[in-house]
Design a binder for this molecule. Structure first.
Ligand code: 3H9
Length: 699
């Protein structure tokens, strides 16, 4: 059955696209759309055409899954031009989101009407692409080059009213009857000449617009391939006739599409959707109602979690064991709201209304009606067990008891209760109101219902939840140990902190590991290591980090850590005292210092990460390699355009990674460099993590 229908409504042709879930422009949709347009345009009884979509949205763009296949006619740019060439007026009727190729189809139409709730955008940049079906040439003609650049470089959609104000659409439909309004609009346009966007001039632009734009992406879009090409296309729209601009756009689009960056970003897009597919958990799994959330511990993390839950519409009870802690928590939450007001994210009235859902106390009995409790107290097993024992006593049956532990054994915590099926790990990342990632740790007895409810909660919070198994550090922090370990060894072997940080930052990491340590607080990792009984008996292991923490150099919060910070500044400055300390320690440990090159720094830090990721995958702690990628791109600043560590490994080739891990084993010993069985197995078969994922059950 064709996903595109053509119906006649008196003298107006109604072309409806029905291709769930998001009406993406697959080959079948393109074929159907082209054929219906041609038929309608050739029909002498048709005096206007409306293009509309069934289901939840207007066309959400090209079908991204087809980008890895050979292109098949009819091609989208030809369809857009064919729509524009129609003799009769064509109207796009938009609901949901008109994105990418979807908005390009709409801009090929002579008019656009949209429901007030609709959004319109060109998000291609988020996939390492540029709008490749005349979007870079049409949008500047409708809204001006400056706004077109802003929409294409951010990739963020704009609401219908803003689109109307800017001239992108012609009418906002205020009733629910989009089809009726679009048909009326089309009938009203019958006697007018179709308005061809391609023939509109681009309004004059400020002389320095493109230079400024290039300067602005230098930092924001560091190392990215498509933003500069987007600017080039928009610049060309102001210089060349439409058809020539489109020709240049096509060439640059193909360059972007074939780039490894776009492959990485497309992988990241699908990986973030795959996390919701968990064997044994489906639409039929019961989900518990959550209205009241209690957060235990009013520190920075607890307050951040409470703030996120308030914003998501939950009633929140914040509990701490003293008045001072509660006051601090209350003040943090108020400060976060005030920041939101300053940035125009929330109005004062809305804040006051939201904050009314917050209660605070020191009394565990106040948790008796909570549907979900999130514990965010110290990362200490004895304290956590005591807290969960108390929760077991006071919480109602069916309440979900979650720990925000970042490393500890969730089963041991659950064992402090008589209801381990209701206990789960919800590992938020700091700052909790900003970071999108949530590791959801299933204990061996956690029920499917509790996992499904946690996933629903994650979505309500606007976050991405990745379900992982229980082991020390779970996925993210366990892998971080190997990354950080190599950083620490490199320091002792001769690479200064600023060299390591620069190499990894230039490679694409959001920050270098030493700057991250100072930001997170060196005391945090120190305390976590003190808790562990299974650390290697190796005096070099996290030696420098431990020494700094023991000196009270905790990082930014104390003005010095691995680096030195000027009063009130977050800018790390290399500290000669630290370098002297490191060199002295190298000598004390009998380590011969040497010059260390960029490649060695990258390979040891990143391949160490990948090897541990492979071990985690082999043990079943992560369900998919792509889940690990979601964790590292969303929680640890791994460059999204490289897709995540496991996707990156596939692009390098697992044979090469395995070979280098074996070299490092030879050079530095088996304790840290034993190749993971899974890495070895896949490398020897010439296989990849992507192949491994294809075998992961989704139901
Ligand atoms: C483009 O248009 C290039 C052109 O300029 C030039 C061409 C020549 N293709 O996100 P959801 C799937 S580039 C294929 O969970 P939501 C998605 O994988 C494209 N599949 O829903 C998921 O599948 P599953 C520019 C797609 O309601 C399901 O739909 N457009 C596509 O939270 C539901 O997705 C974009 O970048 C697609 N284009 O959000 C828009 N889109 O159920 C990308 C979605 O198997 N899409 N799927 O996991 C989005 O931003 C969101 O999906 C959207 C809906 C806002 C539409």
């Amino acid at each position: 059955m064709t996903p595109v229908r053509l119906d006649l409504r008196d003298n107006v042709a109604l072309i409806s696209i029905d291709s769930p879930p998001v009406n993406a422009l697959s080959h079948a949709v393109r074929e159907g759309l082209m054929s219906c347009i041609e038929k309608a345009d050739a029909d002498p009884d048709v005096q206007a055409i409306v293009i509309i979509c069934d289901g939840r949205t207007f066309i959400a763009g090209a079908d991204i899954r087809e980008f890895d296949m050979p292109p098949q006619a009819p091609h989208l740019p030809d369809i857009v031009d064919r729509i524009d060439a129609c003799e009769t007026p064509v109207v796009a009727a938009i609901h949901g989101t008109a994105l990418g190729g979807g908005l390009e189809v709409a801009m090929g139409c002579h008019y656009r009407v949209a429901l007030a709730s609709a959004k319109l955008g060109l998000p291609e940049v988020k996939l390492g692409l540029l709008p490749g079906a005349s979007g870079t040439q049409r949008l500047p003609r409708l809204v001006g080059a400056e706004m077109a650049l802003s929409m294409m470089l951010s990739g963020n959609p704009i609401p219908a009213q803003a689109a109307l104000d800017a001239g992108l659409i012609d009418m906002v439909v205020t009733t629910d009857d989009l089809a009726g309004a679009a048909l009326d609009f089309a009938r009203g346009a019958i006697d007018k000449d179709p308005r061809h966007v391609r023939d509109l001039p681009v309004a004059d632009v400020a002389e320095d617009l493109f230079d400024k734009s290039r300067a602005s992406i230098a930092k924001k879009a560091r190392g990215l391939f498509s933003p500069e090409r987007i600017i080039r296309c928009v610049e060309l729209s102001t210089q060349l006739p439409y058809a020539e601009g489109c020709k240049a756009e096509r060439e640059l689009f193909m360059e972007c599409k074939d780039s490894p960056q776009s492959a990485g970003l497309r992988h990241a897009f699908f990986a973030e959707r795959a996390v919701n597919k968990i064997p044994g958990i489906g639409k039929e799994t019961q989900v518990r109602d959550i209205e009241k959330v209690a957060v235990l511990g009013a520190g920075t993390m607890g307050a951040g979690i409470a703030y996120s839950c308030l914003n998501a519409g939950y009633s929140v009870h914040l509990l701490d064991n003293n008045e001072e802690g509660l006051e601090r928590g209350r003040a943090t939450i108020h400060k976060l709201f005030e920041g939101g007001i300053a940035r125009g994210k929330i109005s004062k009235e809305k804040m006051l209304e939201t904050i009314e859902r917050l209660t605070l106390s020191e009394n565990y009995d106040d948790l008796s009606d909570a549907d979900l409790v999130i514990e965010a107290v110290f990362e200490n097993m004895a304290i956590k067990k005591e807290v969960f024992g108390k929760l077991d006593q006071v919480c109602k049956q069916g309440a979900i008891l979650a720990s925000n532990t970042s490393t500890l054994d969730v089963d041991e915590i659950a064992a402090a209760t008589k209801r381990p099926q209701d206990v789960i790990g919800l590992h938020f990342f700091s700052p909790a109101h900003i970071m999108r990632l949530l590791e959801i740790i299933r204990g061996k007895e956690t029920s499917a219902e509790v996992i499904a409810t946690s996933l629903k909660l994650t979505r309500a919070l606007g976050k991405i939840g990745v379900v992982v198994g229980n082991c020390f550090g779970f996925v993210g922090n366990r892998m971080l140990y190997s990354y950080g370990r190599e950083n620490q060894f490199l320091l002792l072997e001769g690479a200064p902190p600023e060299q390591i940080d620069k190499v990894l930052y230039d490679w694409g990491m959001a920050m270098g590991p030493n700057a991250v340590g100072d930001l997170a607080g060196l005391d945090v990792g120190y305390k976590a290591r003190q808790e562990r009984t299974d650390l290697p008996d190796d005096p070099r292991f996290y030696r420098i980090a431990d020494m700094l923490a023991e000196l009270g150099r905790f990082g930014q919060k104390t003005g010095k850590g691995m680096y030195f910070y000027e009063e009130g500044s977050r800018q790390p400055t290399p500290d000669p005292q630290v370098q002297i300390m490191i060199e002295k320690e190298s000598r004390a440990l009998g380590i011969e210092r040497r010059d260390i090159g960029e490649t060695e720094i990258i390979e040891r830090c990143i391949y160490g990460l990948i090897n541990e990721g492979a071990r985690i995958l082999g043990e079943g702690i992560a369900l998919r390699a792509s889940d690990i990628d979601v964790i590292w791109t969303n929680g640890y600043g791994f460059p999204r355009h490289l897709g995540g560590p496991m996707h990156y490994a596939d692009t390098v080739g697992l044979e090469k990674i395995y070979e280098r891990v074996c070299d490092f084993k030879e050079e530095f010993g088996a304790e840290y460099w034993e190749p993971a069985d899974l890495l070895k197995g896949l490398a020897q078969k010439g296989s990849s993590f992507a192949d491994f994922d294809k075998k992961t059950p989704t139901k």
